[in-house]
Design a protein around this ligand. Sequence first.
Ligand code: GDP
Length: 451
Amino acid sequence: MFENLTEKLQRAFKHLRGQGVLTEENIGEALREIRVALLEADVNLNVVKDLIEHIRAKAVGTEVMTALSPTEQVIKIVHDELLELLGKDTARFKFASRPPTVILMAGLQGSGKTTTSGKLAVWLKKGGHRPMLVSVDVYRPAAREQLKVVAKSTETRIYEGDTKGEAAGTALVERLAKEAKREAMIMGCDTLIVDTAGRLGIDEELMQEMERLKKLLDPQEILFVADSMTGQDAVNSAQDFHRRLSITGVVLTKMDGDARGGAALSIRHVTGQPIKFIGMGEKPDAFEPFHPDRITSRILGHGDMATLLEKAEGALDRKKSEEFAKKALLGDGFTLEDFRDQLKQIKKLGSMESILKMLPSVGPFAGLQQASKSVDEKQFVRLEAIINSMTKQERIKADMINGSRRKRIAAGAGVDVQDVNALLRQYSQMSKMFKQFGKGGMAKQMMRGGM
Ligand code: GDP
């Protein structure tokens, strides 16, 4: 996300480099480039106009600060303005003082409502809540079926209700919604996520039904789920929904596929409502609260270390990592089993590309993001397959893997013998390195917490 915008902004800033002071002329030049970058990112025209004017006013009026170069000054101003545009603080999710908290999911068909309902349930569970799902899309049995599948895969409770013999219509929608709220209360679920019917476009019937649901359920949150790939269309429909329903926030989905980011940068300014979450993939955990400061940092190419660290914290098995460090660094024998464990941990963090994308694209990490494109994810799978096709004994005592064993392992993993050789070479280099490191005593000190 934002790749193109980041790249173009960098170019705009570059032109200011080497300028002694900020003048109307060089600021004007940079602003023209920033304007084009934002428009090409499909940011709403009014948003672009306001943003550029604010940046101009601040930049022209700026005293030349001795501590910052002109480029740094402009970057700082752009940073502050983007942050302001995105909402400064992370928007809070509102809970009812008396449970269940009701969350009404609104949006057009295909925007990702059902998928997001499941992701939200997973996120709530991580926070110690007990969510319940219900679909009131009585017009499309497949939609209700899809939520059932989502509930099953995320191990979330769902209220199915009985729809047999009753015509699809608002009366049935209301009955299901009411029953689900009661059921949530009885089952001790503190949050109820209501997946509603989506249409291909906004129509009066849909809006009326949403209004009735709002009245009936008195939800704490009405989240508008918008497909970021549809750019300004997403912004316009968010505005239409907000006018009728007073939404409390937006979930922007498919940010993993949206390299431009126009919807993200426009939707709050246009609707006045914050983005609360972003969807970054199809899987239930590809979902994050929206942090304006982190996103601003990503847009400016400064990476997002906070999210990366959180991910690592959640994905890595701390005990395993410590055990590994101890074994490897103290020279107690780093086996191929340890090697496989490490590969597994890296895989859990997500794709190499998604990890490296969170590193700054400027400064010492420059180029790494580009390099990430050439990292062959399949290589990890291949390495794991090779280790898997060894016997336990071989994994612990790699020395015993002779020529015929190598052939057998290669055949088992469906690779060439050269691949097995390469892996063993890599393993042997790593264990040598660990041993040397361990001998130096530095590792021992680190283990004892001496550093
Ligand atoms: P609904 O009609 O609004 O309920 O939309 P769905 O939840 O069925 O989602 C429509 C499609 O978008 C499905 O194929 C989802 O897997 C996909 N989808 C939803 N959210 C995301 C996301 O954040 N990233 C990606 N890549 N796909 C998503």
